[in-house]
Design a protein around this ligand. Sequence first.
Ligand SMILES: [Zn+2]
Ligand SMILES: [Zn+2]
Length: 392
Amino acid sequence: MNLTPDDTLIAWMLDIRREIHQYPELAFEEKRTAGLICHKLDELGISYRKEVGGTGVVASLHADSQDTPCIALRADMDALPIEEKTGLPFASKIPGLMHACGHDGHVSMLLGAAALLKRIPNLPGKVVFLFQPAEENGGGAEKMIEAGALDGVNGIFSGHIDRHYNVGEISAQRGLICAFTDEFHITIRGKGGHAAKPHETIDCIVVASLLVMSIQTLVSREVNPSFPTVVTVGQITGGSAANVIADQAVLRGTIRTTHLDSREKIILGLQRMVRAMEDLYNAKATIELIPGYPPIINNPAAATIARTAARQTVGKEGLKKQPYPSLGGEDFSFYLHKVPGCMVRFGAKKDGLANVAAHSPRFDFNEDVLPIGAEFLARAAILALKDIKTLS
Ligand SMILES: [Zn+2]
Ligand SMILES: [Zn+2]
């Protein structure tokens, strides 16, 4: 069974990636991207449903009876509110928006996988292709699930482009690979006044600063150091002039944890510190917690299938393990709450860009990863369909 993309298919995938890259769209606004996906599926002769969970597209191959084993493959479609500075000939044409996470590549890979699987005359079951909106923001996966994207699905696979690995490397493993992500907003209220008369005020800038420093001890002193944890205050707002004491300050931040105990300790610690501001500094402080994405925990049987698919695609030497969990969040976790599955990382390191992080204006990846991702996804689907019992 030949599942290695030929030159024509690789050129087709490159075109798709570059076209999507030029027209990035934010969460739930991926109309042009979805339109392009539908057009390409038409070219392949693959049927689909559009406007699933907003702007999502669900395509399927060899739909059969209800009892047919079914595997889903998933790509995300959304871009980020970042002004691109790559200087690429196919750079974003939309001011202030950019594909800086590789989702343009994910769409191209999934269409490549669809093209490869379409050529297989006797697929051992059904494959559905989930083109999902809003991974970065908004939880598009949940919306897709609500719209029935997982109906009849026995297992799911996906992959993310990763510049930490070389092209020709795939990291696939069981267990936790991505963190819990929670957001917090803290509002501090004091008493404003003249900058030269602090004794008549309760200075929210000072209280906010002390709170930020206190928060640093949560990770260093309160949680088990064996489980990676991060608390970041990413935004402080407060005050209006150099000679005015601020009557309000707002801190917004994110909590990343890899263990339920650490998550609980951080949340309780934050609430305790916020409450303490009242006794310590006479300020009123409140905290709002916004639960984010749960962690990705790869199912052991699905991970075994993914590792076999990776070996078949990039050889034994290309199969890697992620040395430690990423503290990034990923809404693929919502699918894994419903069906067993596995998310992998596709190596895509690009020369000269070793220090350019995802979500940065100069982000790019090595496009040689595209056929590798397509082949891996196609192989994972076939292996899983043949071995569907291990997933149930
Ligand atoms: Zn991202
Ligand atoms: Zn991403």
